[in-house]
Design a protein around this ligand. Sequence first.
Ligand SMILES: C[S@@+](CC[C@H](N)C(=O)[O-])C[C@H]1O[C@@H](n2cnc3c(N)ncnc32)[C@H](O)[C@@H]1O
Length: 392
Amino acid sequence: MTPAARVQAAIELLDAIIPAARGKGAPADRIIADYFRARRYAGSKDRRAVRDLVYAAIRLCGPVPESGRAAMLAVATQDDSIAAQFDGSPHGPAPRAEGEAAAMTGLAPKWLAAALRASGLGGREIAALLERAPLDIRVNALKADRAEIDLPEPGEPLAAPQGLRFPSGTQVEQWEAFRDGLIEVQDLGSQLIVEALPVAAGDTIVDLCAGGGGKTLALAARLGNAASIVAADTDKRRLGNLAPRAERAGAAIDHIVLLDPGREMQALGPFAGKADHVLVDAPCSGSGTWRRSPEGRWRLDPAELARLNALQDHVLDLAAQLVRPGGSVSFVTCSLLDAEGPDRIAAFLSRHPDWRAEALPLPLGSQRGAGWRLDPFHDATDGFFVAGLRSP
Ligand SMILES: C[S@@+](CC[C@H](N)C(=O)[O-])C[C@H]1O[C@@H](n2cnc3c(N)ncnc32)[C@H](O)[C@@H]1O
């Protein structure tokens, strides 16, 4: 592909990514993968270059751009080598018309930037949400140990006991250690949160929003398979990944439970009042993971945030039904918006006045409301909120 054709391909991709983000459709990564699956002629260098252009445009444009071309013109405004590709050459973008507008740049849509600032984040913290993230792995203590594992590249040891950090884009999925279940890709923040959960061998633990099992597997590894773990989720596709992943990792998961949204207790009834601990890794805006999916800023609007807040309250109330007297709940979101963190805990405590918030022992981060916050700028992790709750 010529440099101009790469720019045109990035424009076409952005024209698919923008409406998908607005309509809560497929993530940018999947759209890019599908695009190149249908264009086998593009080599790996072309793919990487186009992908970099797409993500440069997404990171640059805070407000949702009107079109892929407007977004790429915003990149061109800052980079003469991209501006030079708008030359009308075959397969390249048409020359910029007189007065043709570039998309607005910024960290996030106005309302969202205001909500982040109201959540105690300054310009540096918000900008760090959009930087490229490194690649963190967790060595699976069920099969290996960080001190002894032999990997193709040496990683930087992290604050989590089995964490190692590699440069962004390291293809760990192709390593034998990954195929054999000796390592898992997992951000340092997630690893630290699992390490801090108030759980012990012999406990019955419900991972209520288990998804594909990132934290479930980390829990099983932390407790050496000596706990009874119930992994539940409403998403059949995500939950379907858990059994094969657990097998690969040698992790013992006692029950995998698919939930019917709104009727979760039908399937969870047998565990009501029995769990020593319930982990609520709640569905959220993902504002703490924009380093990996920066188009997440374009997905969110106030109505979607309100919908997520109601869902977060709902899953927390389910957790309260599952836990035994004196047991505990941890609430986690990968978001730095107060509405998805301290405000949810305050709302829970006003609905359940007999419960109390309790501190979790995290080695990094800072207090936020009745919980704790990890953020990319200060802690070099994805952004998280986590709070501990104790049942009467
Ligand atoms: C942040 S993700 C979980 C990520 C997962 N714990 C991990 O570490 O890989 C949130 C999950 O909540 C699930 N969810 C949404 N509504 C739910 C509900 N009513 N009950 C249980 N899980 C729900 C979503 O399907 C999604 O998988």
